[in-house]
Write a protein that binds this ligand. Structure first.
Ligand code: NAD
Ligand code: TYD
Length: 338
């Protein structure tokens, strides 16, 4: 199988490429990534010695000429689109790059893949397109899309376009909607690595609101295996939910992390809430279980310890990814919440 993976220098894309090249000796992957603040070519630098099985290309999913070239002459059997602006807080600060990449960029990929007659396209979406839940119930694929942040609205926009491409053109797209991922290579703007950084530096841990918002956590490899299943077995035009069966409040996550690191809970600091903060996410993934054989394998406690071990062993990586741009955003965002 020849794959074009986009956004492969980000958190989930990196894990996906490593896992798939390890599992499938006969697969080759071209990784197209713009290298935004969240993308790091060094994540996969060791694989660059393995050309032609792995090839990196810096570029934008919105660049029609480039994508048409990459997809020319049956160069690719399938596309897996991870590329996105992915941080809710940044989308609140400035929605426009989210529309450019997550909606227009995704549509450009769909259009180029359609024109080049690519046989399969997996589009990576998120549980956040469904909006928020009360204390009971779970999202199913039939739950109406009701996004509450500019990030989730942009992801929902691409999901609807994927649907339209399937209905209108018979475009062979499969959409996956997964809950909150954690694991190696996650950029330290997201909850777990951000709190790890703060705790290890004995700095305050900024918990939004009352800390009782609930997320369903999934270890990144379990999500990547779900994407592989969708690629190999998914029904065209179908969206599939993936979840981790690990609902936790943010406060519980942060307390567990502090306990593992042997740091005091007094580091927890409640700060001003994220505007439009979704209260709870929970996934019913029975369709993916039935159709694809999907099931998450790692429990949250084991996954969290494994993740913390990775960050501890990769302090240099954490240092490298904190660019000046990262520092600027973090300072202005958290200053406004204190
Ligand atoms: P990330 O921010 O870590 O990585 C995104 C990658 O996309 C980066 O390498 C970045 O350089 C690249 N990119 C951004 N704009 C691009 C463009 N215009 N052209 C090419 N490359 C571009 O994100 P992630 O956490 O790895 O998320 C990957 C995908 O999974 C996203 O689509 C996201 O919406 C989805 N998702 C994430 C989670 C999660 O918990 N992280 C959960 C469900 C779904
Ligand atoms: P995040 O990792 O940004 O993922 P998402 O918003 O996509 O779910 O946040 C996870 C949860 O943690 C969410 O409820 C917001 C909360 N949170 C904090 O309390 N403090 C923080 O500094 C961050 C980044 C997130």
């Amino acid at each position: 199988m020849k794959l074009l993976v986009t956004g492969g220098c980000g958190f989930i894309g990196t894990n996906f490429i490593r896992l798939m090249l390890g599992k499938h000796p006969d697969w080759s992957i071209v990784n197209l990534d713009k290298l935004t603040y969240a993308g790091n070519r060094l994540n996969l630098a060791d694989l660059e010695r393995d050309e032609p099985r792995y090839r990196f290309i810096q570029g934008d999913i919105g660049d029609r000429e480039l994508i048409m070239d990459l997809l020319a002459d049956d160069a690719v059997d399938a596309v897996v689109n991870f590329a996105a602006e992915s941080h809710v807080d940044r989308s609140i600060d400035d929605p426009s790059p989210f529309l450019t990449t997550n909606v227009l960029g995704a549509q450009n990929l769909f259009e180029c893949a359609r024109q080049r007659r690519v046989g399969r396209f997996v589009h990576i979406s998120t549980d956040e397109v469904y909006g928020t839940l009360g204390p009971d119930g779970r999202f199913t694929e039939a739950t109406p899309l009701a996004p509450n942040s500019p990030y989730s609205a942009s992801k929902a926009g691409a999901d609807l376009m994927a649907r339209a491409y399937f209905e209108t053109y018979g475009f062979p797209v499969i959409v996956t909607r997964c809950s909150n991922n954690y694991g190696p290579y996650q950029f330290p703007e997201k909850l777990i690595p951000l709190m790890y950084l703060a705790a290890t530096a004995d700095r305050p841990l900024p918990v939004y609101g009352d800390g009782l918002n609930v997320r369903d956590w999934i270890y990144v490899d379990d999500h990547c295996l779900g994407v592989e299943l969708a690629l190999l077995k998914g029904r065209e035009g179908q969206a599939y939910n993936f979840g981790g069966d690990a609902e936790e409040t943010n406060l519980a996550v942060v307390k567990t992390l502090l306990a593992i690191l042997d740091k005091p809970e007094s580091l927890i600091t409640f700060v001003g809430d994220r505007p439009g903060h979704d209260r709870r996410y929970a996934m019913d993934y029975s369709l993916a279980a039935r159709d694809l054989g999907f099931a998450p394998s790692l429990d949250f406690a084991t996954g969290l310890s494994r993740t913390i071990d990775w960050y501890t062993a990769n302090a240099k990586w954490l240092e490298q990814v904190q660019s000046g741009e990262y520092q600027r955003f973090m300072e202005s965002w958290y200053e406004a919440r204190s």
